[in-house]
Design a protein around this ligand. Structure first.
Ligand code: HEM
Length: 418
């Protein structure tokens, strides 16, 4: 019989591209990161990765870092430290440096304050009829075909349409957004970027910036009841928002507002169809959908990681000293499977699981602005799909094709028929 420490030793010396414990872009990791997380939590819960960042895989440390003021984003400093000062000349990196997501207070507080009202629970509840209409219209078109790709034909349409509504993008301009790039997530990956990735990021950013400048002109002349008009007016005020902040944050809202939700719908559907007992339970009890969405977020989060920088020396975080300026990667997907918080089979999908509070939307001052919107979109999309196509089947639930990214976890396609 093998002794426990032998198992541990074998696991520690597994050959895998330099870092045996944390190699998030390896194909087997992308296919299923959860056994890798389990090993990290057990063997080295504050692992130092190949780039010198601390990898927080337990819920305790990951959630503390998100909420603790001793940690921040420090985006420009951190990026320069890692890639050298010339990186700030890259338009896509400069644009990202203005995202509220990358700011610390007081700039973060100012930028978030300009848009937060559009995302209150009340405002989002009021969008239910419009969300239901978009889902029904999509299904009316697809149902006669007998088959579809649940990602491109179904999950993608809803969040992109709703964020276009919120930003006041005219109907006649939307087709370009519907067919546009969904590859921005690569720029958030915790690995060095290649020159090619930066080039692609710059091209995508330039196109988006060019379009949004036209939209700003339109909304200056014809103000609407939308976020772009609000932000253009704040920019005109001069005190509240610079021109670069305006463009950067509109691009952030557009990107953050759809890819993540597409993946919540896609990952949630895959989880359900791989667990037929849970699918049957939900079909028999549609009222379970609200808890089911929380469980989908926990079970296979569409955002797997976010990072912070220590703004001062931290003497003890999970037994490690974090010097000022060092990064901590918070593994949200791993925290969501930590048995310390979910003692009852965290690796199982259980849509009736009590007290599910996933870290998937982050925590602290950057807690996801669109969390309630994403929940309602996914709730309406998944429950309407199951009701209107009761005999829906996935063509291949066992070997789906994942997008080759780690921070944003989602499927390339999910073919289904009925
Ligand atoms: C922030 C996840 C949907 C807009 C975040 C963060 C996470 C997250 C983890 C915090 C990152 C950090 O702390 O570094 C998700 C997930 C979604 C989703 C899992 C869907 C399932 C949305 C939607 C919108 C949105 C629909 C907008 C329409 C934002 C914005 C921020 C943010 C603007 C930055 C907030 C800030 O810095 O204060 N999101 N998000 N997200 N999210 Fe989401």
């Amino acid at each position: 019989m093998q002794r426990a420490n032998e198992v541990t030793m074998n696991e520690q010396v597994q050959p895998a591209n330099g870092d045996p414990l944390f190699n998030p872009l390896a194909p087997e990791f992308i296919r299923n990161p959860y056994p890798h997380y389990e090993r990290l939590r057990r063997l080295d819960p504050m692992h130092v990765n190949a780039h010198g960042a601390f990898v927080a895989s337990r819920h305790a440390e990951a959630s503390l870092v998100l909420r603790d003021k001793r940690f921040g984003k420090d985006y420009v400093e951190r990026t320069i430290r890692r890639y050298g000062p010339k990186i700030m000349d890259e338009p896509v990196i400069r644009s990202m440096s203005h995202w509220m997501l990358q700011q610390d207070p007081p700039d973060h507080t100012r930028l978030r304050g300009l848009v937060v009202k559009a995302f209150t629970a009340r405002r989002v509840e009021d969008m239910r009829p419009r969300i239901q209409h978009v889902v029904d219209e999509t299904l009316d078109r697809i149902i006669p075909q007998g088959r579809m790709d649940l990602i491109e034909d179904f999950a993608f349409r809803l969040p992109v349409t709703i964020i276009c509504d919120m930003l006041g993008i005219p109907e006649e301009h939307r087709e370009a957004f519907y067919t546009g790039s969904r590859d921005g997530g690569r720029l958030l990956e915790p690995v060095p970027l290649s020159a090619e990735e930066i080039k692609q990021g710059n091209a995508g950013n330039a196109m988006a910036a060019m379009y949004f400048h036209q939209l700003f002109e339109l909304r200056r002349k014809q103000p609407g009841d939308d976020l772009t008009t609000q932000l253009v007016q704040a920019e005109e005020d001069g005190q509240k928002l610079t021109n670069e902040e305006l463009t950067g944050n509109i691009i952030l809202l557009f990107g953050a507002g759809h890819e993540t939700t597409v993946n919540l719908i896609g990952n949630g559907l895959l989880a359900l169809f791989r667990n037929p007992d849970q699918l049957a339970l939900l079909k028999a009890n549609p009222g379970l959908i609200t808890n089911a969405i929380e469980e989908f977020l926990r079970y296979d989060s569409s955002v797997q990681m976010t990072g912070r920088v220590a703004l001062e020396d931290i003497e003890d975080l999970g037994g490690k000293r974090i010097p000022k300026g060092e990064s901590v990667l918070c593994l949200l997907g791993s925290a969501n499977h930590d048995p310390a918080v979910y003692p009852d089979h965290p690796e199982k999908l259980d849509i009736q699981r009590p007290n599910v509070k996933p870290l998937s939307f982050g925590g602290g001052i950057h807690f996801c602005l669109g969390a309630q919107l994403a929940r309602i979109e996914a709730e309406i999309a998944i429950s309407t799909l199951l009701r209107r196509i009761p005999d829906l089947r996935l063509d291949d639930a066992e070997n789906p094709e994942w997008r080759p990214t780690f921070v944003l976890r989602g499927l390339k396609r999910l073919p289904a028929s009925w």
